[in-house]
Design a binder for this molecule. Structure first.
Ligand code: A5P
Length: 241
């Protein structure tokens, strides 16, 4: 897929997802390229007279929403959102479990998604995998204080954490003021138990596995879009070892 095709694919996915937005909704606004296309389309709806309140997941999304005339709010004012539209780095076929955070936003994305009745994911076909972890590392957001000792704890748990740095060589800092450790892992391991393990690790703030959270995934390609819906039965974890 060349750049133009990739942009068409993202646009198809975003248009399809924004089709779920109704007048009067309070919605979570995701981060990075595909979610930003969705924000632009939401901005067009606002120009057409829709009353929409947006709760952004990053400073960039907030700036973009404001520039498009979308009313911006916070979870403090709107603790319950109707839906959130966000991108993803990997989507596992079947479970619709996700990896997020390779674009640097994950904690706020997870808080906003967890406060939404529906999480709608917008991706192109390149993000679809049979097993999470097939395309890269798992981003893990950590407290900057003594991050090196958090690295040691993660290494003992068989993660291979690497501190994310900027192009200039300094530590990448998230919107929440944290660092990110990109952790490679065995993609055959049980992600549910790995997720619990990460939450139990001192120094870890949040991780980029979004398990059992996505309700729908809108997958764009050069010609159109297909929509996958998660079954409504309770999530049992994506796999076991
Ligand atoms: C942000 O950190 C991620 O969770 C994004 O959702 C992800 O990187 C998708 O970005 P693109 O839509 O730009 O591929």
């Amino acid at each position: 897929m060349d750049l133009t095709e990739a942009n068409h694919a993202k646009r198809f996915a975003a248009e399809s997802a924004v089709g779920r937005v109704k007048d009067g909704m309070v919605i979570g606004l995701g981060s990075r390229s595909t979610a930003e296309i969705a924000i632009h389309i939401i901005g067009e709806k606002v120009k057409d007279g829709f009353q929409i309140v947006g709760v952004p997941t990053s400073h960039e999304s907030e700036k973009l929403a404001r520039s498009l005339g979308i009313q911006v709010s916070t979870l403090a004012e709107h603790p319950q959102l109707d839906l959130t539209i966000d991108g993803a780095d990997e989507v596992e076929l079947g479970s619709l479990d996700l990896i997020k955070g390779r674009g640097g936003a994950l904690l706020r994305e997870k808080i906003v998604a967890s406060s939404s009745r529906q999480l709608i994911i917008v991706v192109d076909e390149s993000k679809i995998v049979d097993r999470l972890g097939s395309h890269g590392e798992l981003p893990v957001e950590v407290v900057p204080f003594a991050w090196q000792s958090t690295v040691l704890r993660l290494e003992k748990q068989r993660w291979k954490p690497v501190l994310r740095v900027t192009a200039e060589g300094s530590s990448y800092i998230t919107d929440g003021g944290h660092y990110i450790l990109d952790c490679s892992f065995d993609s055959n391991s049980s992600l549910q138990s790995r997720a619990v393990e990460l939450h139990d690790t001192v120094g870890v703030v949040e991780h980029g596995m979004f398990l059992g959270m996505a309700n729908e995934v809108h997958i764009g390609n050069a010609k159109g879009v297909r929509v996958l819906q998660r079954s409504t039965t309770p999530h049992q974890g994506s796999r076991s070892t």
